[in-house]
Ligand binder design. Structure first.
Ligand code: VG1
Ligand code: CO
Length: 542
């Protein structure tokens, strides 16, 4: 039986960088989830009888919301839903399912790297038929709808068994529960030289993969240990937990510190990696070297041809604006297109669909390719393994040689988390007010060349996205970027991105904080970070 339920709108259901993210108690308000899902459906056309993919990263509230999404999909006329067993699908696996089975779209439940649990974060994201995050046109429509919604539809159906593979019915709709790993693992086998990687493990290659108690665990276990023959124990913290074991499933130098320390210590494994809550990010640490995500993107692009799925010339490379320009140098060498987009994977979709880019990346540890329409943590790890297996050199040697050839883009991101929203806005507003007067100003030995706000003109559909980050460019090519996060759930997070290009190999491989010290001081002098936020130091440095 289908019920139409009267409701009143919420005013805070605006999707951010990657869907709607809020604290769990916000989502637990009566009708909050239902309103948002109905607003999604109301913003779409032509899904009647079609298939919807549904899955999530397994965090607290995952199962309940999946139950609601299935019942609402049935009531709204979808013909079928495909759900990962236990409600589990990593973000890239969900993207693959949407593409492989020709789904109309998908609902992905995740707050990614944000912590999980009854008092932590939850999120809902809608992906379109190409497998990628809904573009701004749709997320704007969803937000508009959420402010006007008066009713939603839900089907009263009995309990759903999400733990048994197979197809059942929910009213007129089919519910197919699938293994979350199988299709994804099969896709990876088409892209990478599994035999070469297997041989490398057989030869004694040692790896540590930290799944951070999040969704990538079952994928890593199956692919690294079962299919590639890595020794048991290679995948760690591989059982997804509702609260990620009380940790932040954020693969960075703060939250994956143990792995970092191990990789820097004597007797370290050959290669270390980690992934985030929903499996779309990657952390790469070679023995004795942390590879910045921006460098990783450049190295992967320069060496992708060593993997079977990327033998053909890359169509182009795309990176988010705050990501370092290391990949630009690779694109220039390969004589292929280079695209600079705003932060967030949704901006890569058009370039990938149009065949203008093959590999994309973000400084926040997201890398991916045209195999799906999301960033993909394990994909990046497997491409690294493929490259290591073919080149038979260490990650450190590969990166050092890359710098010697292309130069090194020193890079760091400083995050100031949970700053009062008013103070963060004041900082950005003040900066905007100074665009006209900054050029020509000297700060220490640096001279400002330009200051502006990044706007993106999508070359495929002509859409324009404004206010995508404040940039201060210095003579000589160094820069500092200031942006407010669109994924946080308490106060504002100020992100400061610092980059300096160093062509001289004698100056490579230094501590980035030392190499960037002058720029870090300039960032504070220009934006008044301490003055506005009252903070002496960033919360997280990556
Ligand atoms: C952050 C990252 C961005 C990434 C986004 C979603 O956004 O900076 O690069 O695409 O998270 O990733 P923001 O607005 O907080 O800077 V995930 O893995 O959280 O879905
Ligand atoms: Co993520």
């Amino acid at each position: 039986m289908i019920r139409t339920v009267q409701t009143t709108p919420f005013d805070d259901q605006k999707p951010g960088t990657s869907g709607l993210r809020k604290k769990v108690p916000v989502f637990q308000q009566p009708n909050y989830v239902e309103n948002f899902i109905q607003s999604v459906f109301d913003s779409l056309d032509g899904y009647r009888g079609k298939t919807l993919a549904i899955g999530g990263d397994g965090r607290f509230l995952n199962r309940e919301v999946i139950g609601i999404a299935i019942r609402m999909a049935a009531a709204n006329g979808f013909g079928k839903v495909i759900v990962g067993k236990g409600g589990i699908l990593s973000t890239p696996a969900a993207s693959n399912i949407i593409r492989k089975y020709g789904c109309f779209g998908g609902i992905i439940l995740s707050a990614s790297h944000n912590p999980g649990g009854p008092h932590e974060d939850f999120g809902i994201k809608y992906n379109i038929g190409n497998g990628g995050p809904a573009p701004e046109k749709i997320t704007d429509a969803i937000f508009a709808r959420s402010k006007a919604i008066r009713e939603y539809r839900i089907a009263d159906i009995g309990p759903l068994d999400l733990d048994r593979i197979g197809t059942t019915r929910a009213g007129d709709m089919a519910v197919e529960v699938i293994d979350p790993v199988t299709d994804y693992a099969a896709l990876m086998e088409t892209l990478f030289d599994f035999e070469a990687i297997r041989a490398m493990f057989k030869g004694g290659f040692r790896m540590a993969f930290d799944a951070m108690h999040a969704v990538t665990g079952p994928y890593a276990k199956e692919i690294l240990e079962n299919r590639l023959g890595a020794p048991a124990g290679t995948a760690r913290n591989f059982v997804p937990r509702e609260d990620f074991g009380g940790h932040h499933p954020d693969p960075n130098l703060v939250h994956a510190r143990e792995l970092y320390d191990e990789m820097m210590a004597p007797g370290a494994p050959d290669f270390g990696a980690a992934s985030d809550g929903d499996g779309d990010r990657n952390l790469i640490i070679g023995r004795g070297i942390f590879v910045t995500p921006s460098d990783s993107l450049a190295v992967l692009a320069a060496n992708a041809h060593l993997a079977p799925g990327y033998r053909a010339e890359l169509k182009g490379i795309a990176r988010s604006m705050p990501t370092s320009a290391a990949a630009d140098r690779v694109a220039a060498k390969l004589k292929i297109g280079m695209y600079e987009t705003p932060t967030g994977w949704k901006f890569f979709g058009n370039l990938l669909d149009a065949g203008m880019a093959t590999i994309c990346g973000e400084e926040s540890a997201g890398t991916g390719s045209d195999h799906v329409r999301e960033k993909d943590g394990l994909w990046a790890v497997l491409l690294w393994l493929n490259i290591l297996a073919v080149r038979k050199e260490s990650a450190k040697d590969i990166v050092t040689k890359h710098w010697a050839e292309f130069g090194q883009n020193y890079y760091s991101r400083h995050d100031y988390e949970a700053v009062e929203t008013d103070k963060a806005n004041a900082l950005i507003d003040e900066l905007r007010g100074r665009f006209a007067t900054l050029p020509g100003q000297k700060i220490g030995a640096l001279t400002v060349a330009a200051a502006d706000e990044f706007a993106y003109h999508d070359p495929v559909d002509g859409s324009v996205s404004k206010n995508q980050g404040t940039r201060v460019l210095f003579e000589g090519g160094s820069r500092v970027v200031f942006r407010l996060s669109g994924t946080g759930t308490s106060g504002a997070t100020l992100r400061v991105y610092i980059e300096k290009y160093e062509p001289d190999p004698a100056q490579h491989g230094r501590d980035p904080q030392a190499a960037l010290a002058e720029l870090i001081a300039a960032a504070d002098a220009i934006a008044g970070i301490r003055r506005h936020t009252g903070r002496d130091a960033p919360t997280v440095i990556t």
